[in-house]
Write a protein that binds this ligand. Sequence first.
Ligand SMILES: Cc1cc2nc3c(=O)[nH]c(=O)nc-3n(C[C@H](O)[C@H](O)[C@H](O)COP(=O)(O)OP(=O)(O)OC[C@H]3O[C@@H](n4cnc5c(N)ncnc54)[C@H](O)[C@@H]3O)c2cc1C
Length: 414
Amino acid sequence: MKTDVVVIGGGPAGMAAACEAKKNGAKVVLIEREYRLGGILNQCIHNGFGLHYLGEELTGPEYANFWVQKTEKAKIKTLLGSVVLSVEKKGEKQVFVTVENENGIKKIETKAVVFSCGCREKPGPAINLCGDRPAGIYSAGEAQKIVNIHGKMVGKKVVILGSGDIGLIMARRMTCEGAKVLGVYEIMPTCGGLLRNVSQCLNDFNIPLYLSTSIVKICGKERVEGVVVAPVKEDFSFDLKKQKFVECDTVLLSVGLLPETELLFNKNLEESKTTNSYVVNEFYQTSEKEFFVCGNVLHVNDLVDNVTREGLKAGECAALFATKTLPSRNKIKVLFDENIRYVSKSYVFKGKGKTSLFFRVTKEMKKVFINAYSGGEKIATKFCPVVRPGTIEEIEIDKSKLGKDLSLKVEVAS
Ligand SMILES: Cc1cc2nc3c(=O)[nH]c(=O)nc-3n(C[C@H](O)[C@H](O)[C@H](O)COP(=O)(O)OP(=O)(O)OC[C@H]3O[C@@H](n4cnc5c(N)ncnc54)[C@H](O)[C@@H]3O)c2cc1C
C-alpha cells in the first residue's frame, strides 16, 4: 500500500492530525492498535475536555466521539486493531511503516509519518518503591481502566502516591464508587496536577493532600495491608522520626508519564534532555524531515485542547511536506531562562504569521511576566498572576518580529 501520510495513534492528537492532513490534500492512513479510536479519552469518563477548543465541557468519550465523527466524515482510511512494529526511512520522502494485525504483517510506503502514540505511566520500580509486592498496587491509569471500562472496583481503602492529574481524578472516582481514599501523598512541595483538579477532586470530597510526604514502604503478604509514610526533607531523604503506618488495601501510583517513543529509537534524531522525547520545530517536524511528532508523545500535556491544536498543525505540515514543500530557511533556536523547564518547540522560522509556544516552568511563581525577546527587543509579553509546574503555559509569537534569535524569560513583575 502507498500513501502520503501515515498517522500512528488514534487518540485526539492522531485524529486531529489525520483530518488536517486529509484537508490539506494528502492521502492518509490512520493506524490504531486498539479496536476503536479515542486513545486515553475512552477511559476518562469525567468532564473537562474541550472547554477551550469547543467552548463546552465534554467527557473524554464525548470529546473523542466528536473527532471520530470528523474522521469518518473525512473518509480517512483507518486501520484498527493494528500495531505499528517499526518505521524505517529508506530515502528522501520514502518511509516504510510495518504494521501487524489479524491479517498478518504488511508494509505501507509513505512520504511522511506523524507519530501521535501518546504516553505510558511510570511503574513502581521506576521510582524505587521499597517494601513488599502484594496484590493491590496499581498505576492510577490502569485502575481507571479497570473501574471505568471493565466496571470492577480495585479496592476499598486507598492511598494514592503522586498528585498528578490522573491521581487526583482517581481519588474522586474511587470515592464516588464507595471506596475510602485516605490521602494523596506528594513528594514535592507543590501539587503536580491542575489546581482545578485539586479543588474539584480533593477539596470537594474532603480528601487530604499531603505535600512533601511520601511512601517509605509498602506492607502486606498476599494483599496490601498498609503503607509507611513519612515527611520528606529538603534533600529528599525521609524524616523517619515522623514516619507512621497507614492501614489500606490498595495503593495507586500516579508518579509520572513517559512519552511512548520506542518507534523513534535509533533514528539519529535530536533528543530533548527534559521531555524524554525528541526536538521538533514549529511544524512539529523532527531533525529527520519525514517524521512529525505531536501530543503526549512529544510532551505530557495537561489539556486535550492543546493536544488537538498540536495534532492539527502536525497533520497540516506533514501533508504540505509530503505533497509540496515546507520552508526550512531562517530557522531560529528557541532559548529560555532557568525558570523554564522546557519549551515544546525548539525551533521557529522567521516569516509571516504567528506561532504559539507551549512550555512548563520549573517552580511556582506569582505575578510574573512571560517575555519573548529577539534582536534585543521585547516582541511578546503576557502577565500571569501565577505560574506552576503542573500547568502548561503558552505565549504567541509574531514571526515577522523575529530577528536572528529568540529567548523566553519568566520575569517577576516589579
Ligand atoms: C487520566 C487522565 C485524565 C485527563 N483529564 C483531562 C481533562 O480533564 N481535561 C483535559 O483537557 N485533558 C485531560 N487529560 C489530558 C488529555 O486527555 C491527554 O493529554 C490526551 O488525551 C493525549 O492525547 P494523545 O493523542 O497524545 O495520546 P493518547 O490518547 O494516549 O493516544 C495515543 C494512541 O496511540 C496508540 N498507539 C500507541 N502506540 C501505537 C502503535 N505502535 N501502533 C498503533 N497505535 C499505537 C494508543 O493505543 C493510543 O490510542 C487527561 C489525561 C489523562 C491520562
